[in-house]
Design a binder for this molecule. Structure first.
Ligand SMILES: [Zn+2]
Length: 144
């Protein structure tokens, strides 16, 4: 389930979609998985109740139905396994986001500055400008 979404998000990212939309799809995707986990947890509670009823019936009637009890237990086990898997999917989403945003952060801090925080040096006198200037204020050299 989450894998499809993962591929979708990955290809969106490759097409240059912003971090915000990745964060949004990640939290939507995680929301869906959490809802799924909740439903599994409710399912487990219900089966445990039925299991308890069955064990009590067996006690009263002195007629233990092992197969029935095993079937309840294996359903519970299956639901727990599905919860573990779903939690791993959430971790994978978080891990992927950490990677994506980590790469972005690295790019921002590396030698190649991004558009918004680029620095200009005058090639004549070496004066440094952090904002856009047309002429060097020190030597009058044309910068653009
Ligand atoms: Zn200059």
């Amino acid at each position: 389930m989450a894998n499809d979404a993962f591929e979708k998000i990955k290809s969106s990212f490759n097409r240059g979609i912003t971090s915000i939309s990745i964060k949004t799809s990640s939290s939507l995707e995680k929301g869906k998985i959490n809802t799924y986990i909740d439903s599994l947890e409710n399912e487990i509670k219900k089966i445990k109740y039925d299991l308890g009823e069955e064990v009590f019936r067996a006690y009263i009637e002195e007629d233990e139905d092992r197969d029935k009890i095993n079937a309840f237990c294996s359903k519970i086990k299956e639901s727990y396994d599905n919860i573990d898997e779903a939690k791993k999917e959430i971790e994978a989403i978080d891990e992927r986001d950490r990677k994506i945003f980590g790469e972005e952060e690295k790019l921002r801090n590396s030698g190649a500055p991004m558009e918004e925080d680029s620095v200009i040096f005058c090639d004549k006198c070496g004066a440094k400008y952090e904002e856009k200037v047309n002429f060097c204020r020190k030597c009058g050299n044309k910068l653009f």
